[in-house]
Design a protein around this ligand. Structure first.
Ligand code: 3PY
Length: 257
């Protein structure tokens, strides 16, 4: 299959995505086939119910097999380890990418050092320190092993979530880390971590300022910015504001909107 998101990012239109929250290949295939306009799907192993192993690989296989040009699978890995705590970030990224993910997203990234660590885990040498061992990964992409090794560094997406006070304080340095492709805004955690109410559905005006700032910082560093939206109206508004990627739907709802 192709890497649909990479193609979508070359056009000026924002790349539309959706959330995959529940385990099961039939659910994943159904979401993947929902619309030809979706170019990426977020397999949510953080707040969703999907395990990294074997959940992610089953989900990715279902998505990759759903059409000849399926949406690209991005895995949101479970935990980050902010402030120096070790939550196993390395093995989580390894599992997700070995499962054939076309990208990873890490929640709650608070520092440039953490962002660099994420890039190191996600890219093969000489860029990073990703190990090459899975006999399955290239089969999921339907390429041979050497082709996977050659192409993965340039095609695997690395997204970091800015959704904490630490992340906000260090957003410029995080955006500048080489190998980070996009800053992803989680408006719910961004709001509550700053003592603001969660979006309902619009963010608090002070949270809105933070959201716009993250977008400006990402673009100033030559990076993409992704906005989490829970419905089509929000997504259309964010697309007009210049976000490069937006999610258009989520298969469960926050509150009554
Ligand atoms: C947030 O809004 O906090 C998110 O991470 C969305 O999933």
């Amino acid at each position: 299959a192709t890497h649909k998101l990479l193609t979508a990012l070359k056009s000026s239109a924002p790349a539309l995505g959706a959330w995959v929250t529940f385990p099961g290949s039939i659910h994943a295939r159904t979401v993947a086939q929902a619309s030809p306009h979706l170019s990426w799907l977020m397999i949510d192993c953080e707040h969703g119910l999907i395990s990294l192993n074997p959940g992610a690989i089953e989900t990715i296989q279902a998505i990759e097999g759903s059409s000849s040009n399926p949406p690209s699978s991005i895995v949101r890995i479970p935990a980050t380890g902010i402030n120096g705590t070790d939550t196993g970030l390395g093995w989580q990224i390894k599992y997700a990418l070995d499962a054939g993910a076309r990208g990873v997203m890490v929640p709650m990234v608070g520092s440039a050092q953490k962002a660099k660590e994420i890039v190191d885990e996600a890219r093969f040498p000489p860029v990073g320190r990703r190990g090459f061992g899975s006999p399955f990964t290239h089969g999921i992409w339907n390429v041979d092993a050497s082709e996977y090794l050659q192409s993965a560094n340039n095609s695997v997406q690395v997204w970091v979530q800015i959704e904490s006070q630490e992340g906000m304080q260090n957003v410029e340095e995080i955006a500048r880390v080489e190998g980070v492709d996009a800053l992803f805004i989680g408006p719910y955690d961004l709001s509550i971590s700053h003592g603001l109410p969660p979006p309902s559905p619009d963010p608090h005006p002070d949270a809105e300022k933070l959201i716009q700032r993250i977008k400006e910082v990402a673009h100033a560093a030559g990076k993409k910015c992704v906005m989490f939206c829970t419905n089509g109206d929000q997504a259309a508004k964010r697309a007009k504001e210049g976000f490069d990627m937006v999610s258009v739907v989520q298969y469960y709802r926050y509150g009554r909107h």
